[in-house]
Design a protein around this ligand. Sequence first.
Ligand code: ATP
Ligand code: MG
Length: 458
Amino acid sequence: MNNVAVHPLLKEISSYFTLKGKKVYLVGGAVRDLLLGKKAQDWDLATDARPEEVKSLFRRVIPTGIKHGTVTVLFKGYSLEVTTFRTESDYRDGRRPDKVEYAATIEEDLSRRDFTMNALAAELPSGRITDPFHGTADIKNRIIRCVGNAEERFAEDGLRPMRALRFASQLGFTVDEATLHAIPLSLGVTAKVSPERIRDEFEKIVAGGKPGAAFLLMEKTGLLSMLFPDLSRCRGVEQKGLHRFDVLDHSLLSLNYAAEKGFPQRVRLAALFHDLGKAVTKKLDDNGIWTFYQHERESERITGRILRQYRYPNTVIDGVTLLVREHMFHYEENWSDAAVRRFVVRVGEENLKDLYLLRFADAFGTAGVEGPADFLLPLANRVESVLSQNKAFTLKDLAVSGKDLMETGIKPGKHMGVILNELLETVLDDPALNTKERLLEIAGKINGRYIPGNSDGN
Ligand code: ATP
Ligand code: MG
């Protein structure tokens, strides 16, 4: 295939360049995705016009990456990254090029790109393909291959091995032998890449269709033990009972299931990390059976440490660690309504759905077949009915406030906090007590038991 169909807007934009005698190409992932018959994520253009010239061609231009020759053009509601042809040189630390130089031709520009499938350009407005590294053939054969010598390309930028595995799992492609072989030889370079850049590729792997494949390749090439040693430690941690797989395969199966079903990213991360603590809590009991007592606590701790290491925002860290901590939840039909209410309070109403989804993924990863724990539906029904009966699940929902308590002479501070929490416990046990009159009466009794200022509460 030597041509791709060009979007009318791209044709229109290209005329601004060609009228001034400049060349402009659609490049990178957009061309790859067009050849794969997929909708492009975003449009990247390459041109021989210098950034200042591009600025003069359009009314709204933002100098987003001017150091690298990139500006963003805003045009009819679209936003396009336009980069002047360039080469890169002097990757002294394997992280970023120290020097960016403008290049004369599109071929030169393509030669700095990572993989043959990403080193394609479609001339605008014609759509004629420039393909100096046979990227179209590799796309047809679904192969990821470095442009030129893989080891040299990885030595320039240690993120590229992660990108190779990310694309492999996202697109369902195979990594070419020589490219795969160069990954273990480049671990020292990858070790220097910033945690943020690693995280962005990791995020895309987890968000993709078959993330487990990327983690197996990471294991095979040594990336897993370097970047996620806690996961790699789960290999060979055998489990008995219903479990058919070791902890690593179990985690990857759970993640794959979550991905296949389109579960949210937070559930996917929890599916991957929920059993990390098993590697450190495993003990053989008197009957020769492996136990993992309170592994979810360890899993929570390790998950938090990994997410912090990779500079995740606190909201994500809190959301994922909560699911990991609570993933062992269970239910029995003889639970009282109070027990159901306590469960809701512990997990948080807004987290229930994701916790159920995690259980579906976990159950799939246990035996490799579908079917969550039988209690999930009855529990969900009980939760629904309890939620519809009554809304006193947090301090805010209590029929009395701190202000009400102050009016009865209770001093604000830690002491009042203790009383409010006891009132909430009381109401969780018996929602009928959630009236101002009853709660003030109970608060008075509790207050009598405490002597303010004595932290023992005696
Ligand atoms: P997607 O946006 O779908 O993840 P993409 O191929 O567009 O995939 P980007 O990260 O947006 O990936 O990069 C755009 C293009 O820039 C790539 O197609 C590739 O040609 C080039 N590129 C990006 N990162 C690198 C890198 N680390 N080394 C060499 N070339 C790169
Ligand atoms: Mg892109």
